[in-house]
Design a protein around this ligand. Structure first.
Ligand code: SAM
Length: 455
């Protein structure tokens, strides 16, 4: 279990270090200019044409901050800070789950960005009789943190604009609106000084997906891990008993073998109510995500954490030894005996290869045919997931590390052909797509797969 504060080394800039999106207002910076233009909208004490007001409001409430960031801030800087805002569709899904239980929940987003998740919640909150009463009431239920002051200012401004829109109120605004609205939405580092979550009913998040060192006291991983796991783990551990955590997470947390121990560790703290693969995060971000819904300290069905369409039966694992190819071309120098060599680019998909023309020297393990090779990288929803080739021939083969090698335990080419037939089945694609949304097939997922009796 990871306890205490998570110390990220000063040299790591994937989350900390440089804050590329200007931390405070800087008139010369194009993103600051945008933030100021949104703040001005909330402070209009002069009339504005109805068309113009509606146009600005619609843009600002629907994804404009994310678009402006993409246009005006360098991609590498956005990645470093993990500043990818949730689109309307995904935010609505989170809000629907967050507000699915009776009563108005107290909600916190510990990495709130420009507030897209909080806005989705606010769309479902009731209005009071005046704009001011609504804003004060919403402020009692909504809290959020972000390391960027600009984002915090945007979040507050957008909530005010949303309330104005829902009330049907046009500028000029009443100048007597309180200045300290949404005081629980503030600048903060949710990893090093985690906010107090004790009063929260629901923690929502779409955390940064960059890589970061695992904390020293972490007992489920060492080395670099996806930062999303640090945020969600922190939230689960800090959540009050009975509170829920609803997060958009990279699919690798659901399906990657690197996070198996983490998944086990959180099962001791509550129940995973739901995990729903959602496909790509958005059209600009090539990462598969899922919706994670967790309830702290609730002994429900603890087995629903990984739920493939069919259970893991090790149908393949019982019949085949499953390994990753050991040759890493840029790392291994060409020394040792010369052997036939296969890599992912050379292999004919779904074919049988008896004569291998390419050779290389390799001192590591060679594989005796017959065996089946499967390409490790395949895209979910992009046709076949386990693209296979049968390797026959009579010489041991050096295999590149982008391939998984499946060696029949009975040593026969017939068993390899039966496997090829099964890998080519839509049942395999369905099973693997549910089991793994990240592109890399794992030896574990292949071993666990059922042996289809009617492929
Ligand atoms: C992927 S964005 C999501 C923003 C927002 N929740 C949404 O769904 O649109 C992640 C946000 O986390 C913020 N962030 C990064 N590191 C943080 C930290 N240590 N504490 C708080 N916020 C952080 C970034 O500035 C960014 O706004």
């Amino acid at each position: 279990m990871c306890t205490g504060n998570i110390e990220l080394p000063k040299t790591d800039t994937s989350l900390h270090g440089t804050v590329p999106v200007p931390a405070a207002s800087d008139q010369s910076d194009p993103f600051s200019q945008y933030v100021d233009s949104v703040l001005e909208l909330t402070e209009l004490h002069r009339p504005i044409k109805g068309d113009e007001w509606h146009r600005r409001l619609e843009l600002c409430l629907d994804g404009e901050p994310g678009r402006v960031l993409r246009d005006r801030v360098q991609r590498k800087d956005l990645r470093r800070q993990g500043a990818y805002f949730t689109g309307f569709r995904l935010a609505e899904r989170v809000a629907k789950v967050a507000t699915s239980q009776t009563g108005i929940p107290k909600v916190c987003d510990p990495a709130c960005g420009a507030g897209d998740l909080l806005l989705a919640i606010a769309r479902k909150l009731p209005l009071q009789s005046t704009l001011e009463e609504t804003l004060v009431k919403w402020g009692n239920f909504l809290s959020g943190f972000d390391i960027s002051e600009q984002f915090i200012r945007l979040t507050k401004a957008r909530l005010i604009l949303l309330a104005a829109k829902r009330h049907g109120i046009y500028p000029p605004f009443d100048p007597s609106l309180p200045s300290d609205l949404f005081s629980d939405i503030k600048i903060g580092d949710s990893l090093t000084s985690p906010p107090n979550m004790s009063g929260m009913d629901v923690i929502i998040m779409n955390p940064p997906f960059g890589y970061s060192p695992a904390p020293v006291d972490c007992d489920w991983a060492s080395g670099r891990v996806n930062a999303a796991v640090l945020f969600v783990d922190r939230a689960i551990r800090d959540a009050a008993e009975g509170a829920r955590v609803i997060a958009i997470l990279p699919d690798v947390l659901r399906s990657g073998s690197r996070y198996t121990a983490w998944r086990e560790s959180i099962r001791a703290l509550g129940a995973v109510l739901h995990e729903k693969p959602l496909g790509l995060f958005d059209e600009w971000t090539d990462i598969d995500v899922y919706l994670f819904h967790f309830k702290k300290n609730l002994s429900l069905d603890r087995n629903c954490f990984e739920r493939p369409v069919d259970q893991a039966t090790y149908g393949i694992g019982k019949r085949f030894f499953v390994h990753v190819g050991p040759v890493v071309p840029h790392r291994h120098t060409e020394t040792g005996p010369c052997a036939p060599y296969i890599n992912a680019r050379l292999l004919p998909s779904w074919g049988e290869l008896a004569a291998i023309e390419t050779t290389r020297q390799f001192t590591g393990r060679l594989f005796e045919p017959p065996f089946v090779c499967v390409k490790r990288t395949s895209r979910p929803d992009d046709g076949r997931r386990a693209i296979a080739t049968l390797i026959s021939g009579d010489k041991p083969v050096a295999v590149e590390n982008h391939l998984v090698v499946l060696i029949p335990k009975d040593g026969t080419v017939q068993t390899c052909r039966k496997l090829m037939h099964r890998l080519n089945s839509p049942k395999t694609d369905r099973w693997l797509n549910t089991r793994l949304r990240c592109r890399h097939l794992t030896t574990r997922a292949l071993s666990e797969m059922p042996w289809w009796y009617k492929p």
